[in-house]
Write a protein that binds this ligand. Structure first.
Ligand code: GDD
Ligand code: MN
Length: 370
C-alpha cells in the first residue's frame, strides 16, 4: 500500500527536474535571443561592491574592474563597507588615490547589518550616477570583456536585469556545487531565452537603475541581492536574464556545507515570499511564460526535496512494518547509487534545501558569519 505512493513520489522527485532540464535544453536553449543586442551600447555604469573584511581580495577586485574593456570615464565604483575590522576601507582609499582616472566612492556603515541592507544604504544615500547598477562580490573575478557583454543587453528597453554564468577555480571544482554548474547554466540561459530566470548570480548581476528605485530598492526579507530583485523585475513584465558567453569566477572559502545551506535558505525564502511581495506592492503583471518557469522552479526548490524525503520514509516504514523485500531492494539500489558523485551531490543538495526550509522557520540568515 505504501510502496506505490513511495514509488510515485520518487518518480516525481527525479522525473520532473530531468524532464524540465531536457525540455528547456532542446526547446529553448538554442533559440536566438528575441532581444535587441547592441555591441556598442555604452551607458554610464555604477558597480556596487558590498564588503565586510575583504582585505585579502580588495586590491585585485578593484584592479579587475579597472581592467574592464569599458570607457573608464563611464564607470563608477561604490564600495559599501560595514565596519570591517581588517582595514578594507583603507585599502580602497589608497587604491583610489593611485587610480584617479576612475571614480571611486566609499560608503561607510557604522555597524554590520548584512549585505542587502548595506547595498540599500549605499543606494539611498548616494544615488548612483550610472544608468545601470552592477552588483558584485569582493571575491568574484570577471573576464575583461564581462562588463560590456552584460551591458549590451540593456540596449533593449524590455531588459531589466542581466546576470552572468558562474564557474569556480580549478581547486574548487571538485566541490558539490560545481558538478551541477554546467547544467544550471544551461537551464538558466534556456529560461532566459523563453522569458526570465528566477535565479540570478551575485558575482555579477546588473539592474536598470530606475527599476531598482521603482521596486523600492532591494527587498530585505531575504539575504540575497541577486535572485530576488531580479525576479521582482521579471514579475513586473521586464526580462531578467542570464546570458551565455559571460562567465565569472567565484572564490570559495568558508565551509561549503553551511554556505550551501545558507544560500539555499535565501532561495527557499525567495520562492516562498517573492510573488506575494510583488503583488502587495502592486507591481505584478501576469505573464504566462514567466509564471510557468516560476512555478516549476518554486516546485524544485520548495516542494521537490520533501518528495524525496517522504519517499524514503515510506520505503523505510514499509520495510519495517511489513518486511517488504521490494522496499528493501529499492533502498539498497539507492545506497549503491550514492557511489556516483552526481547522485550523491543531488541528494545532498536536497538535504540542504530541506535543512534550509527548517532553519528559515527561525530566521533567513541576513548576516552570515565570515
Ligand atoms: N557591506 C557588507 N555588509 N557587505 C557584506 C556583508 C555585510 O554585512 N556580508 C557580506 N558582505 C559582502 C562580502 O564582503 C562579499 O563581498 C559579498 O557581500 C558576498 O558575501 P560572501 O560572504 O562572499 O558570501 P557568498 O559568496 O556566499 O554570497 C553569495 O550569496 C548570496 C545569496 O545567498 C553572493 O553571491 C551574494 O551576492 C548572493 O546574494
Ligand atoms: Mn563569496
Amino acid at each position: 500500500m505504501l510502496e506505490p505512493l513511495a514509488l510515485a513520489l520518487a518518480l516525481v522527485h527525479f522525473g520532473l527536474p530531468l524532464a524540465y532540464y531536457w525540455y528547456t535544453k532542446v526547446r529553448w536553449f538554442k533559440r536566438r535571443w528575441d532581444i535587441t543586442i547592441d555591441e556598442n551600447y555604452r551607458p554610464r555604469v555604477t558597480t556596487v561592491i558590498p564588503t565586510y573584511n575583504e582585505a585579502k581580495h580588495m586590491v585585485s577586485k578593484l584592479n579587475n574592474i579597472y581592467e574592464q574593456e569599458y570607457p573608464r570615464e563611464l564607470v563608477e565604483v561604490v564600495v559599501v563597507d560595514s565596519a570591517s575590522t581588517d582595514r578594507t576601507p583603507e585599502l580602497v582609499e589608497k587604491w583610489a588615490a593611485e587610480h584617479q582616472d576612475i571614480k571611486v566612492k566609499i560608503v561607510h556603515e557604522s555597524c554590520r547589518r548584512g549585505m542587502v541592507p548595506a547595498i540599500n544604504y549605499a543606494l539611498k544615500t548616494n544615488e548612483p550616477s550610472g544608468e545601470i547598477v552592477v552588483l558584485t562580490d569582493a571575491d568574484a573575478w570577471w573576464p575583461t570583456t564581462a562588463l560590456k557583454n552584460i551591458v549590451k543587453y540593456f540596449a533593449d528597453d524590455k531588459v531589466g536585469a542581466v546576470t552572468a554564468s558562474v564557474t569556480y577555480e580549478e581547486r574548487d571544482k571538485a566541490n558539490m556545487e560545481d558538478i551541477y554548474r554546467h547544467y544550471y547554466n544551461i537551464l538558466r540561459i534556456s529560461e532566459s531565452k523563453r522569458h526570465s530566470t528566477p535565479v540570478h548570480n551575485g558575482p555579477l548581476v546588473a539592474f536598470r537603475k530606475n527599476l531598482l528605485y521603482k521596486i523600492g530598492l532591494l527587498p530585505e526579507y531575504v539575504g540575497n541581492d541577486d535572485s530576488t530583485p531580479a525576479s521582482v523585475i521579471a514579475f513586473m513584465g521586464y526580462r531578467a536574464i542570464q546570458v551565455n558567453h559571460v562567465v565569472v569566477k567565484e572564490y570559495i572559502r568558508e565551509n561549503q556545507f553551511w554556505r550551501i545551506v545558507r544560500r539555499a535558505q535565501h532561495l527557499v525564502a525567495h520562492f516562498v515570499k517573492t510573488k506575494g511581495y510583488v503583488k502587495n506592492k502592486n507591481l505584478y503583471l501576469y505573464d504566462r511564460d514567466f509564471e510557468v518557469i516560476w512555478k516549476i522552479e518554486w516546485w524544485l526548490h520548495v516542494a521537490n526535496p520533501w518528495c524525496l524525503l517522504a519517499s524514503l520514509a515510506l520505503f523505510l516504514t514499509s520495510y519495517i512494518t511489513s518486511l517488504s523485500m521490494a522496499s528493501f531492494a529499492i533502498m539498497v539500489v539507492g545506497v549503491f547509487l550514492l557511489g556516483s558523485k552526481v547522485f550523491r551531490t543531488w541528494v545532498l543538495q536536497q538535504i540542504c534545501l530541506a535543512i534550509a526550509a527548517i532553519k528559515n522557520l527561525r530566521s533567513v540568515n541576513i548576516v552570515w558569519s565570515k
